[in-house]
Design a binder for this molecule. Sequence first.
Ligand code: 6PG
Length: 234
Amino acid sequence: MLVENRFDSRDALIEALREHCEERLAMGVDKTGRASFLVSGGSTPKPLYEALSSSDLPWNFIDVALVDERWVDEDHPASNTAFVHTNLLKNAAAHANFVAMKNSSATALDGLAECEDAYQGIGDHFDVCILGMGNDGHTASLFPHAEGLEAGLSGDMRCCAITAKRSEVTGDNVERMSLSVAGILEAKEIILLITGEEKWQTWEAAKSDGAVEDMPIRALLRQTQKPVSVYWAP
Ligand code: 6PG
């Protein structure tokens, strides 16, 4: 269920992935009238979003939604909503419909039902889902041994509220909303975008034996429902 695509350069990776995303999103709109694009934050996908923002796609028929969000307002520097607006939802892609994870509830747990409603509204599947991975083996906001991780791994809702253990990766932003594993598996195309030798070593470690709770990305590589395509460059 794993396809590993290794590129010689980040430019080559981004170009290949841009084309692939364009093709899949256009196909989704052709087939059903709408398509959905689920996107992660982080530094790695930024050039992909920059490139896609100018793609000639029927953006007004495309829903863009987050894979995960820190429970902060949009004017906070850690907001993934702000990140996606700055890097993707501009140029041609400004016409896309953005579905937010963050709502006015005080905590992610309080806001979960409203967020789940919004994500159910996206449709009966997601077209393309871009995941990242941290060197701690988290993906989306499914952080090792986080509060809420069990529901994220085994629940049947698309979204889950997470309180991560504070680490170098999370910084102060421990309170999150995330796609669950069930939510990620609703994507027709699951793409894990990683770069650098250290991430490749993390990926190799994830493929070895060990608890899912230690490296939650393992939940995706051990499932047998959907293929996961890894895109890597040095
Ligand atoms: C977060 C980050 C995180 C990110 C990975 C990869 O919410 O803490 O967005 O989930 O996707 O840590 O980040 P990089 O692409 O910057 O390595």
